[in-house]
Design a binder for this molecule. Structure first.
Ligand code: MN
Length: 149
């Protein structure tokens, strides 16, 4: 991305000149209706700031990894699974996701859930839950209902 000092916010949570990307490679992991925009990346800062948006009925990948996420909800409401707990999310809430904690985002209601996510530029690949992991997650009824698998 070429460096422009100011990128105006346009309607519908797009920023001038920022490309709307696929969340992940199709088929690489389970997810539904998620887009990604890379807002900041600079070799002098070992981090990336992305904006993700999940459409109503969609969900991010249920995953875990060594790297942490710092998340700020920018748009809508939703819920996040963190380990064995499902948390309600409102606009402007902050979410800290430590390393190796299972996590997944889902919007609530008819509106998209949009969030900023800061992450290491160099990071390990997300792990997907195996059958044993899913069985352990499903011990908690609220988690079983949330992940829906
Ligand atoms: Mn993640």
């Amino acid at each position: 991305m070429s460096v422009k000092p100011v990128r105006p916010f346009s309607s519908n949570f797009r920023w001038d000149g920022v490309e709307l990307l696929r969340y992940k490679e199709e088929g690489s992991a389970p997810f539904r209706d998620v887009t990604r925009q890379v807002l900041f990346e600079d070799p002098s800062i070992a981090a990336q700031l992305r904006y993700f948006e999940v459409s109503p009925g969609g969900y991010s990948t249920l995953e875990r990894h060594q790297h942490a996420h710092a998340v700020l909800i920018l748009r809508g409401r939703g819920r996040v699974l963190l380990g064995d707990t499902v948390h309600e999310l409102n606009t402007n809430d902050l979410v800290s996701i430590p390393g190796m904690v299972w996590h997944q985002f889902r919007p609530s209601g008819d509106a998209p859930l949009g969030f900023l996510c800061m992450v290491n530029a160099d990071r390990d690949k997300p792990q997907l839950p195996g059958a044993d992991d899913l069985a352990e997650l499903r011990i908690h009824p609220a988690v079983a209902a949330f992940i829906g698998i």
